[in-house]
Design a protein around this ligand. Structure first.
Ligand code: PSU
Ligand code: MN
Length: 303
């Protein structure tokens, strides 16, 4: 086994026994939501995964160790640290590990560590992508590159329109990443069920998702797979008001010269500030919804 990796005992036992495991990221805890809702959500998500027959493995870097599976106190620690903990993408791993530092894992590093541990399915809220204005800033999330090269299924609620969703889909197409809509032909836009963009395939059951992933692995393809699961209707937000909040957040980021890894956390915090916490409630519900689907798919994959 990778000498930098610690697999939590319960996760290791499940993997050994061929049982289903679902990976969860930790940047959503430290940088994606405020305390204490972040910790409450992270713990509730783990419970949903258990209730659906799988074992949760929240992924982070603690004291320079790559952790697949966190204890409750470690989740609480990351939640309380918030933005004080480093947001760790692929390029951050060498220095954080060598220093024995902590890091919250993005979609990128969660996919990497899940794959090292032998975990195939990962649930989160939204992925990073091609930012609006990327034709001049070149701000393209490392998440897309990871989806191109690491064979993990990522279950998300699409992507926020802080990104250029059309360019994000083009990038994924170039990289050979299947984009699957769960029960929909349209790419969901995180807070809303529709975006106006089409996905590659519509799939309606966890078994069908598992079959597509098994075929991808069986052929020896190294890409990841992106499953986009629309937010449940009752929690979806009014498109006009969320779009206005996103436009205002993007304009403020530009005006303040926010760059690089700060961009996404800045925009997420701004949007939740502008929408007065409404968006947080929706965000929590869509993560629950993705955890359920990921657990069911992981169970189907083990059959
Ligand atoms: N988008 C969201 N919520 C999030 C993130 C993105 O709607 O929490 C986080 C995820 O951890 C994602 C990361 O992997 O931000 C992408 O950051 P960047 O755009 O800097 O690559
Ligand atoms: Mn970026």
């Amino acid at each position: 086994m990778n000498k930098y990796l610690d697999i939590a005992p319960e996760v290791a036992a499940a993997l050994e026994a061929g049982k289903s495991v679902v990976a969860l990221e930790s940047t959503i805890i430290s940088h994606g939501m405020p305390y204490p809702q972040n910790v409450e959500t992270a713990l509730a998500v783990e419970q949903i995964i258990r209730d659906n027959g799988a074992v949760p493995a929240t992924i982070a870097i603690i004291g320079g160790r790559l952790k697949a599976g966190l204890r409750r106190d470690e989740i609480e620690y990351l939640g309380k640290q918030g933005h004080a903990v480093a947001k760790a993408s692929r390029r951050d791993l060498p220095v954080l590990v060598a220093r024995g530092a902590d890091g919250a894992c993005t979609v990128t590093t969660t996919m990497m560590i899940a794959h090292m541990a032998g975990i195939s399915v990962f649930a989160t809220g939204g992925i990073g992508g091609v930012h609006r204005g990327a034709e001049t800033t070149m701000d393209i999330s490392a998440d897309l590159e990871e989806l191109a090269q690491t064979p993990v299924m990522v279950v998300c609620a699409g992507a926020k329109s802080i990104l250029d969703l059309g360019l994000t889909l083009e990038y994924l197409e170039t990289k050979g990443v299947p984009v699957i809509g769960y029960g929909t032909e349209e790419l969901p836009a995180f807070y809303t069920r529709s975006s106006g963009f089409r996905v590659d395939y519509r799939v309606d059951t966890p078994e069908e998702l598992a079959a597509a992933f098994a075929a991808q692995r069986g052929m020896g393809l190294k890409n990841g797979m992106l499953v986009t699961n629309p937010i449940p209707e009752e929690y979806s937000m009014d498109k006009a008001s969320i779009d206005a909040a996103i436009d205002a957040a993007v304009a403020e980021a530009e005006e303040k010269g926010i760059r690089g890894k700060q961009t996404t956390p800045f925009l997420l915090a701004k949007i939740s500030e502008i929408t007065g916490g409404n968006s947080l409630a929706s965000n929590i519900q869509l993560v629950f919804n993705n955890a359920r689907l990921a657990a069911q798919t992981a169970v189907a994959l083990c059959k």
